[in-house]
Design a binder for this molecule. Sequence first.
Ligand code: CUA
Length: 334
Amino acid sequence: MRWYACPLQGRRRMNLQLSSALLLGADVLRSLNPQSPQARAIFNLGIVTAIVLAVIFAVVVAIVVYALVRFRQRKGEGDPEQKAGYLPIEIVWTVIPFVIVTVLFVLAARTMGISDPAPPPNPDLVIIGHQWWWEARYTKSGVIAANEIHIPVGKPIALKLDSADVLHEFWVPELARKMTTVPGHPNHMWLQADKAGTYLGFCSEFCGTQHAWMHFLIVAEPQENFETWENAQLAPAAVPVTENARKGLALFEQMSCVNCHAIEGTTASASVGPNLTHFASRRQLGAGIVANTPENLRRWLTDPQKVKPGAKMPDFKFTSEQVTDLADYIETLK
Ligand code: CUA
């Protein structure tokens, strides 16, 4: 395996590592704020396990301290009397751990039943991990989204998870368990949100240079809002009206953009990079690395490697006029 050389050096590299560490801390804290029946079951099991472990720890420490004080060697005392075994105590310290492990096993099995029921034959949503972004395919409507995944609130959504390249791990700490995406070996899980809102998701398995910037958003909304979004995503791409935007579309179709991206209704139909048919409706750019603003889009087109070093999109060395035309076109893709 080829190891990626970090393109950042010195202080910038250290800042990146520090921010990754802080982000990881924030992810873990999020899992302490469960917002779905599945996440709550996992959280409750975690609390019960922590209490049991704390009690065991306290009892063991108390016994050790008591024994140290009570039976310490006093002046003039020799070795204590040696015994081969003591049946009652052997039984006690076999039975107690057995009971504890059995109780935790039953609780864990119950939790798995709530957080991880068997998947249905047909998933609602297929999630595909890519270096370094997420693709979401809605099996019923045919919508293809990237990095911003809308779901109706209060409904369990069956996910099938796959990967286009290496191992990734799909994790929305507030909503569900983690699940690894393995190329060619689909996994399944459930995703649900009790309340409308935007939940941050991450890749939690190291997958290369931009592993730390493989974020996504789960947007949970009432059924009718979800349907409005889904219908908007199904609409064909906006037709450019301004002179610049028209030039941008022509440029998009002539350049290598079409080798990786798809825009419904144009000649671009590749699925290597994110589908851009409704790019401008998304809140973030580059799997969460920056907000999706016209300025950031121009920065991205000018040199994606400056915005997200290591990203699979190369620097095409567009002139500033080309950047303007392309951005004007892509901005119309609401
Ligand atoms: Cu994908 Cu880490």
